[in-house]
Write a new protein. Structure first.
Length: 95
């Protein structure tokens, strides 16, 4: 189980990314057109407004490593839930 503070920090970053997404997109367009002032404005935005600072985390236990995008959970929880038969369409293989 991940620290609650780390999960909350990631959620706070996600809210910041959403808040500044439109402004970042506009500034990026202006930069592509050659506006040098837009570079300075982009640098003045908060660092956490960048989507690359977000971390994929398991929806169940917040684990940041071994994240499976297709299911939104970590490999640990995937194995547990798949073994229980809780994930539709996933069965444990045997041969």
């Amino acid at each position: 189980m991940a620290k609650v503070a780390m999960v909350e920090k990631n959620l706070r970053r996600a809210r910041t990314v959403d808040k500044y997404a439109k402004k970042r997109a506009e500034l990026k367009e202006r930069i592509k057109k050659g506006d040098r002032e837009a570079v300075l404005e982009l640098q003045k935005l908060p660092r956490n407004a960048s989507p690359t600072r977000l971390r994929n985390r398991c929806k169940i236990n917040g684990r940041p490593r071994g994240y499976m995008r297709e299911f939104g959970i970590s490999r640990v929880m995937f194995r547990k839930l798949a073994g229980e038969g809780s994930i539709p369409g996933i069965t444990k293989s045997s041969w």
